[in-house]
Design a protein. Structure first.
Length: 105
């Protein structure tokens, strides 16, 4: 009778262990599914990040180009300003010469 009781206890323990193994298998399967989803999310975000980095590089290149254009325009504006100053100076000189000529007449 004692052996039967022990055998019954071992059977119960075995059933309990089988239930635990099944629960652990289910948890493992769920974890693997979650991991697959997370891997997909990581891949998607990595791809989006690469696209953002490429766009950032495009913007940086455009920024450098705009800065170079601004520098060129600034230089051209400075040249034009100097030319206008020279023309104003020439005009003032011509007016003085014209005035001086009229006064002499």
């Amino acid at each position: 009778m004692g052996a039967e009781r022990r055998l019954g206890g071992l059977e119960q323990q075995t059933l309990g262990l089988e239930d635990q193994i099944k629960a652990l298998g289910d948890a493992l399967s769920q974890t693997e599914t979650q991991n697959a989803g997370l891997r997909g999310e990581i891949a998607s975000r990595t791809e989006a990040l690469a696209a953002c980095e490429a766009r950032l590089e495009e913007c940086a290149a455009q920024h450098r180009s705009v800065r170079a254009e601004i520098a060129s325009l600034s230089e051209a504006l400075g040249d034009a300003h100097r030319e206008v100053e020279a023309l104003v100076g020439n005009l003032a000189e011509a007016k003085r010469e014209t005035s001086d000529g009229r006064e002499r007449e």
